[in-house]
Design a protein around this ligand. Sequence first.
Ligand code: HEM
Length: 385
Amino acid sequence: MGSSQEIFEKYHIDEELGFALPKPLEELPPPYDEWISIAKNLPELIEKNKLRERVDQLQIHSIDGLKDHKSQRLAHLTLGYITMAYVWNQGDKDVREVLPKNIAVPYCELSEKLGLPPILVYADCVLANWKKKDPNGPMTYENMDVLFWFPGGDCCKGFFLVSLLVEIAAASAIKVIPDLFKAVTNEDQNALQKALRYIASSLQQARKEFEKIHKYVDPNTFYNVLRIYLSGWKNSSKLPKGLKYEGFSDTPREYAGGSAAQSSIFQCFDVLLGIQQQSGEESAARFLQEMRKYMPPTHRKFLLSLESGPSVREFVLSKGDTELRADYNECVKAMVSLRNYHLEIVRKYIVDPSCQQANKGTGGTDLMTFLKSVRDTTKSFKLEK
Ligand code: HEM
């Protein structure tokens, strides 16, 4: 691994924003502005039951005019929103199993180009779906907005922006990763302690950002409205065979819905701290590995590159130093605390509103058991004093 500057460039990571796309584009030139205009008016089109009609009337556009990465990311985000709206429309009562070719073809071609699946992913709706109201102002909730909305009022803005703020707070620690590896290689305990303390404090900051969810996201709207639009078509009772992308593939395809489980940031610190989730069939490790397919390829590669770095945990163990262990443990504790807090949120936003219904997450796992196992495994990596 090279300097911070080298890793940032190579893996599309921003020094300040981590995996989030810096200054996402907001507009596309003709003919793609047609997609933007539909995506911008989604809630209204859905409410008037005009969305599917508008999509059916679209012309097929070649994606050749989308030259740069930011235009492609904006187009992927836009087509993702339109696709989710087309499939689910006014809820989950009248779903479509076929995405018409005028949108399916450009969407699938673009997805192949970007190495992302043709469904709305976290890298779209969180990492590339934001702007500052005052461009010179701070990255605070008050000074930020999302680019596109689903029905459900401010719920969508709250969920996406709070996720982004959690992500960015934790991401500030990415810049110390080269120092961390260098410290292990050079057996420089002081430098390692400094890097670990920085990581722990960034993770603690991320945990604080999480609290904003209560202020900005209403549990019932999340459960009954937004969760539906983020649902995918993998192991789905509504689309048991998946979605057929007309003009692109003869057989339906299955993809998981948008979830912050597709964020690279938690996985990044699991790898760095040597926290290995349980493996085997139907395991947490397998699910999280699967989620990597929903991340931009450069971020996926970044996680792989971390896996081949020197082991921080082994080094801490071998030193047998109480202070060093305590600093390592602070990082593990911060990860446990984030996951504990997340569990409470999932209880409030999914389990409680669902009452007697089956507890399925947007990604379709048996969520509380899964999330508790991830939390407990994380905890088990704390070192004895
Ligand atoms: C209303 C708020 C939230 C709800 C209801 C929620 C729900 C869920 C659910 C159901 C899962 C299980 C996997 C799946 O079904 O996709 C999951 C996993 C996950 N979520 Fe969230 N989530 C929320 C907010 C967040 C935020 C803000 C973050 C961080 C940016 C986050 C990070 C994760 C991660 C990393 C996983 C994978 C498991 C792990 O590594 O601990 N979630 N979430």
